[in-house]
Design a protein around this ligand. Structure first.
Ligand SMILES: Cc1ncc(COP(=O)(O)O)c(C=O)c1O
Length: 459
C-alpha cells in the first residue's frame, strides 16, 4: 500500500526546505530526493511509493528484533501514561529492572548500568568514568590517555571522534580533545604487519601493551576496543586477541572499555561479543540493539570493582560527576525491557548464530568472483570485501562499490557499505540484518547481491 501521493510530496517539500540530513550532500537532493520509509514489518521496510525492501542493515545496525513489534510500542505507551520521565538521580521501576536484567545478561559482571541516550554518549561517559576512576585509584598518576585502534569508530562527539580513526569524519574538526594513542587494527586480510595468523603471534595485540609501556603505564587510563570492528568492514579478530589485550590492561592497571554499541544484543550470536572471547570488560558500552531502535537509549556498564572506586563520604566527590537529562528515561527503559523479553523468548542470539553461519557459508561462494577478495563475519554481522584485482588486493573503487549497493537496492535489498576510512578503503559490502531474518530472506540477500556482483565483475 502506498502513502497518499499529495502527502508524500508535501512531506518531501518540507524535508527539502527545512531538514539538514547527516552525511548527505544537499546540493543533489532536489534531483534525487531521499527515500521516504513509512512502514516496517519483520525484516522488511516499505517506502512511500509502496516498494518493499529487505533491510539487510537493520536500519543503522540496530533494529535487532525487526520492525512492527507492537509489544514494545505498548510497553512504551503504558509507561508514558504512568510516568514518562523523572531525573535519574532518583529511581524509576523500568530503569531499575533493566539494570538488573542487563547484569543477568552479562553473566554478573559488569553489573552496574549508567544510562545515557546513544552509543556516542556511552563511550564519552566511559572515557570520563575511566579518567575519574584512575584519578581516585591512582591519585598521583596522570592516567588520562586512551589507547584506541586505527580504523575504529566510537561515535560522533569530539572525544569519541578523537578515539575513532576515520579521517573523513574527523579531519575538519581537528585538533581534537583528549590524549588518544592509536595502534594498528586487527585486519587479517590486510595485516598492517604483513603477517598471517597464527604465525603472526598476534603482533597486533602485542602493540597494545607496547603502546601502554611506551607511553608510560602511569599515563594511560583505558584501552577501547570494539570486539568485532563493524563500520570498517566487520573485522573478526583471532580467538585470542581480546584476551591478550585484556591481560595487558590488567598487568598495567588500565581499564578495558569494550564498545558493543553494534556488537551487543545478539548481533554476533551471543548476547555480547566479548562473551565469545572469555573476557570481562571493566566498562561495557551499549546502545542500538538495547532497544532495537524503538527508543533512544544507551548505557555504560561497570564491574563491581570499578563501581566501588566511586564510593566515598559526602564531600569527597567520588560519585559519578556527570548527569544527563534523559539518562534512565522511564519510557525508553520500558521499551528496552520489552525488547529484551522478545529477544529472550525468541532466542534471538542463538538464531543469529544459526542464520549468520548459514548466510556466511553462502556468501563464501562469492569468493569465486574476480572482485570478491574476502568474506567474513560473526553471527549476523558480515562483510564481503571487494577488490579490483585479487592478487594485489587493491580496493574496488568507491564508484563501483556504490553501484553494487545501488543495484541491490533496485533489486529490493538494502545492503550497507563500509565507511570511508581514509587509507583508500570503504570497499566492503556490510550486512547486519534484523536477527529475525528467515533462511528464505537470507537466500534472497545472497541472490540479489550475487547478481549485482556478477554484473560488476563483467564490467
Ligand atoms: C562501534 C560504535 N560505537 C559507537 C557508535 C556511536 O553510536 P551513536 O550513533 O548511537 O551515537 C557507533 C555508531 O554507529 C558505533 O558503530
Amino acid at each position: 500500500m502506498s502513502h497518499p501521493r499529495e502527502e508524500t510530496s508535501s512531506v518531501l517539500k518540507a524535508d527539502l526546505d527545512h531538514v539538514w540530513h547527516p552525511l548527505t550532500q544537499h546540493k543533489k537532493l532536489a534531483d534525487r530526493p531521499p527515500k521516504m520509509m513509512v512502514r516496517g514489518e519483520g525484516a522488511t521496510i516499505t517506502d512511500a511509493k509502496g516498494n518493499d525492501y529487505l533491510d539487510g542493515m537493520a536500519g543503522l545496525w540496530c533494529v535487532n528484533v525487526g520492525y512492527g513489534r507492537s509489544e514494545i510500542a505498548e510497553a512504551v505507551y503504558q509507561q508514558l501514561l504512568e510516568l514518562p520521565y523523572y531525573p535519574h538521580t532518583q529511581a524509576n521501576p523500568p530503569a531499575s529492572r533493566l539494570a538488573e536484567r542487563l547484569s543477568e545478561l552479562t553473566g554478573g559482571e559488569p553489573s552496574r548500568s549508567y544510562f545515557v541516550n546513544s552509543g556516542t554518549e556511552a563511550n564519552e561517559a566511559a572515557f570520563k568514568l575511566a579518567r575519574q576512576y584512575q584519578r581516585q585509584v591512582h591519585p598521583t598518576e596522570p592516567r588520562h590517555k586512551v589507547v584506541s585502534r586505527y580504523l575504529s569508530y566510537h561515535g560522533t562527539s569530539l572525544s569519541t571522534l578523537a578515539a575513532g580513526a576515520f579521517p573523513e569524519r574527523k579531519s575538519k574538526f581537528e585538533p581534537l580533545p583528549g590524549d588518544v594513542v592509536h595502534v594498528p587494527p586487527v585486519y587479517c586480510y590486510r595485516c598492517p604487519f604483513g603477517l598471517s595468523y597464527p604465525s603472526c603471534d598476534l603482533a597486533c595485540a602485542k602493540q597494545v601493551e607496547y603502546a601502554i609501556q611506551a607511553e608510560g603505564p602511569e599515563t594511560v587510563g583505558a584501552v577501547v576496543v570494539e570486539p568485532v570492528s563493524s563500520a570498517v568492514g566487520v573485522l573478526v579478530p583471532p580467538p585470542e586477541y581480546l584476551s591478550e589485550v585484556a591481560a595487558a590492561c590488567e598487568r598495567h592497571g588500565v581499564l578495558l572499555i569494550v564498545d558493543e554499541v553494534i556488537n551487543g544484543f545478539g548481533r554476533t550470536g551471543a548476547w555480547f561479543a566479548h562473551q565469545h572471547f572469555g573476557v570481562t570488560p571493566d566498562l561495557l558500552c551499549i546502545a542500538k540493539g538495547l532497544t532495537s531502535g524503538y527508543q533512544p537509549l544507551g548505557a555504560v556498564m561497570a564491574t563491581t570493582g570499578v563501581f566501588d572506586a566511586f564510593l566515598g563520604e559526602p564531600g569527597e566527590h567520588k560519585e559519578a560527576l556527570q548527569v544527563n537529562t534523559w539518562g534512565g528515561h522511564a519510557a525508553a527503559c520500558a521499551g528496552a525491557l520489552a525488547n529484551l523479553e522478545i529477544m529472550t523468548a525468541e532466542e534471538l542470539p542463538k538464531r543469529a548464530a544459526y542464520t549468520g553461519t548459514y548466510l556466511l557459508e553462502q556468501l563464501r561462494e562469492l569468493l569465486e568472483l574476480p572482485i570478491v577478495g574476502d568474506v567474513r563475519g560473526l553471527g549476523l554481522l558480515l562483510a564481503v570485501e571487494l577488490v579490483e584485482e585479487k592478487e594485489a588486493r587493491t580496493p574496488l573503487s568507491g564508484a563501483r562499490v556504490a553501484a553494487v549497493v545501488g543495484a541491490c537496492s533496485e533489486g529490493g535489498v538494502i545492503v550497507g557499505r563500509s565507511t570511508g576510512t581514509g587509507a583508500g578503503l570503504g570497499n566492503c559490502i556490510v550486512l547486519a540484518p534484523p536477527l529475525v531474518l528467515s533462511e528464505a530472506e537470507a537466500d534472497r540477500i545472497v541472490e540479489v547481491l550475487t547478481n549485482a556482483l556478477k554484473v560488476m565483475s563483467d564490467e
